[in-house]
Design a protein around this ligand. Structure first.
Ligand SMILES: NC(=O)c1ccc[n+]([C@@H]2O[C@H](COP(=O)([O-])OP(=O)(O)OC[C@H]3O[C@@H](n4cnc5c(N)ncnc54)[C@H](OP(=O)(O)O)[C@@H]3O)[C@@H](O)[C@H]2O)c1
Length: 210
């Protein structure tokens, strides 16, 4: 799969590196693609990785991972050219600056806003309920972290499910895109536990069934 990874921070660095290691063509989109850190990230990721501007990364991509802050996402996506038919893999949590609340919820979500702003793209909410540490390593003892995802397009969901399983996660299909408002709230609980209740980033949600 040709994957554009927009943003080279904790999330973009973790998922982009791992997908490149799986042999996917990963194109990191960055404001500073020639900086030493990003040259190093590309080198570590292997021969199927490269870096450039966000627009260059998106051009040939089938999947576009949004690993950038919510506040800049609309502007960044408006500047990268044609998004027709591309899967926008949205792991964004629109938190307030103090990390204590969501900026909106209950009746809306970042994912639903993106879908309304960029109707020719296919938004899949995914990976937002996981920490960057868990994105690096999905394994907890003899269990694998659950990865909750939702979207309105079955084919796009199948692509994301495969990309999830390849990294060792246990995918949980949560239904249509409107459920992203609940996934963003679940991420809010995670942030509260990790930061304010002392759990840290080496913990993850697991969906159990019997
Ligand atoms: N960290 C987590 O555990 C976690 C978990 C789940 C979801 N998320 C979500 O994932 C997203 C990324 O989080 P992160 O922790 O990876 O953040 P981060 O470490 O701060 O990285 C964000 C990256 O976005 C790019 N960026 C920053 N400001 C930008 C701007 N003004 N315009 C364009 N690009 C900009 C930067 O890449 P360049 O410098 O290369 O341009 C930066 O490295 C957020 O929306 C967050 O809600 C994070």
């Amino acid at each position: 799969v040709k994957i554009a990874v927009l943003g080279t921070g904790a999330v973009g660095g973790a998922l982009g590196f791992r997908w490149a290691q799986q042999g996917h063509e990963v194109f990191f989109g960055s404001r500073t693609p020639e900086s030493a850190d990003i040259v190093d990230l590309v080198k570590r990721s292997g021969p199927t990785a490269q870096a450039g501007t966000c627009a260059e990364a998106v051009t040939d991509a089938a999947v576009v991972l949004l690993a950038i802050p919510w506040e800049v996402t609309r502007d960044v996506l408006s500047s990268v050219g044609n998004l027709d038919g591309k899967i926008l893999l949205d792991c964004i949590n629109p938190l307030t600056a103090d990390l204590k609340d969501l900026q909106f919820g209950f009746t809306d979500s970042a994912a639903e806003k993106l879908a309304s702003w960029f109707p020719s793209a296919i938004v899949v909410k995914a990976f937002n309920t996981l920490s960057a540490a868990t994105m690096q390593n999905a394994v907890y003892g003899d269990q694998n972290a659950s990865m909750f995802y939702c979207a309105d397009n079955a084919e796009a969901k199948a692509v994301v499910k495969q990309l999830t399983e390849e990294l060792g996660f246990d995918p949980v299909d949560c239904g249509p895109l409107r459920i992203s408002r609940h996934l963003e709230a679940l991420a809010m609980l995670y942030v509260h536990l990790a930061i304010f209740e002392g759990w840290g980033g080496d913990c993850a949600f697991k969906m159990l069934k019997r």
